[in-house]
Design a binder for this molecule. Sequence first.
Ligand SMILES: Nc1ncnc2c1ncn2[C@@H]1O[C@H](COP(=O)(O)OP(=O)(O)OP(=O)(O)O)[C@@H](O)[C@H]1O
Length: 541
Amino acid sequence: MTPDRVTLTADELLESVAPLVADMGAGLPGEELYRRLLQSLRVLLPCDAAALLRLEDGSLLPLAVDGLSRDTLGRRFRIAEHPRFAALLGAGGPLRFPSDSPLPDPYDGLVEGVHGDLDVHDCVGCPIQLNQRIWGLLTLDALQPDRFSLADLAALQLFANLAAAIVTVAGRIEQLENRVALESLRAEGFRLAAAPRARELIGRSAAMRRLLADIELVAGSELSVLIQGETGVGKELVAEAIHAGSPRVARPMISLNCAALPETLVESELFGHVRGAFTGAAGDRPGKFELADGGTLFLDEVGELPLPVQAKLLRVLQSGQLQRLGSDREHRVDVRLIAASNRDLAEEVKAGRLRADFYHRLSAYPLRVPPLRDRGRDVLLLSGFFLEENRSRLGIGAARLDASAQAALLAYGWPGNVRELEHLLGRSVLKARARHPQRPRILSLGAEDLELEAQPADASSAAASPGLAAPDGGAVRRPAGESLQEAVDALKRERVRAALAAHGFNRAAAAQALGLDRANLIRLAKRLGVALEPGKGPRAG
Ligand SMILES: Nc1ncnc2c1ncn2[C@@H]1O[C@H](COP(=O)(O)OP(=O)(O)OP(=O)(O)O)[C@@H](O)[C@H]1O
């Protein structure tokens, strides 16, 4: 709860603002400046929560929060769904929502230390203007009604102005650090505005920051990028981010999942065909390579490409020339390649399943996406992001994680990574809603709502192998003398068998339980010699 309020004096105002002005001159990073701004604001205007949000594409993105749960930082609040935010953005100045305001509070359930509904409270906010345009919002919430006065609104306006100055300073510092001239930033802005936006990569952990810095570095180059990492870590999102940050962004990124196609079709998908090239080729058709001309070709599950196709692909990459199947006409293509795999491709080369020359051509710039268990509290940010998406989709007033749920999410090993978290939260919100037909204003998820399985002690180290798709957490046996790869394969075999049996050999359901694509499961089962039908040998279908 907030301490008793004080009356604002000019001295107090000066005292809280002066250190901030000094911080601005000290070259601190933006995030730290924003955090200090909120802390000073809460000292001056005692309250239970404060937030700084940036306006982007019809949503508000929290940049810094104080007194709100950590997962708030991952949430994206769509303005159309939050009337208080809409009112604040339209207010032109500071605005107060009294405790009897009928408008739902976007922070319902998110104020730290409050476990039930946020029933009686006082809330103020103020738009932040930059270059005569609304840049974002500052908001304050107090659990006590009538906490804020008219004088407080004036102080809030002052802080909103200060926030605008801090945003400008932080932006300048970032530009200087990146040694990017303002003009080129502007040009970049126009270029990006014209192109479709990549999905956002949520995360602030050290591992994610390193990855984001790598993405930024390689995006502007023409190098081929090989993205490796376990299943569900976000490799496709990383590919999108590289394309979005590249000079090719105005041209398309064309994707092909090499595991999803039968071998006979892969070549025609990649290189196209002419009429009559094979049975069923009724007309001329360009391949993905031609469609990606001037842009980026993203080959997902690249380790699944058959060896002859690898050789052909390598020739096209080296010469920039291709022929559609059944044609001898040469087409020139200018394509940047990004490839991804959840297998350890160096191992695949050793095992003779991947051509070494092809591997080296792909991995001019190798990137490894860290597993979710190595991203610390990013789990909570991502949870906030997915909860907000589900809340919005299901028309729920508010969805939150209680302390037990947060602890359980942080303790879990995430063998299926971000995809597993996304699906788990989607399921949990749906089930929790069904359990509460009276529709409470705040749907609060506890650890028991999450249905997280207990982790074996060595699950995370076993899952650390990039070749391992999705162990579901059973016991792991390690016979003496077995190599790591053999042990991993044995574990995979056991998991795939168990999943198929548990789902009556329904491949789609088993694949989903393992966090894999159906086609991937089939390939994996074939490679491991696991029967895809009851009482039979391995067979694709
Ligand atoms: N950092 C992130 N922020 C937001 N969403 C994410 C993030 N990482 C992954 N996701 C989401 O998780 C899901 C899985 O991501 P994606 O398909 O990119 O994984 P992948 O590594 O390519 O998986 P696979 O190896 O199985 O193909 C997607 O819905 C994606 O949007």
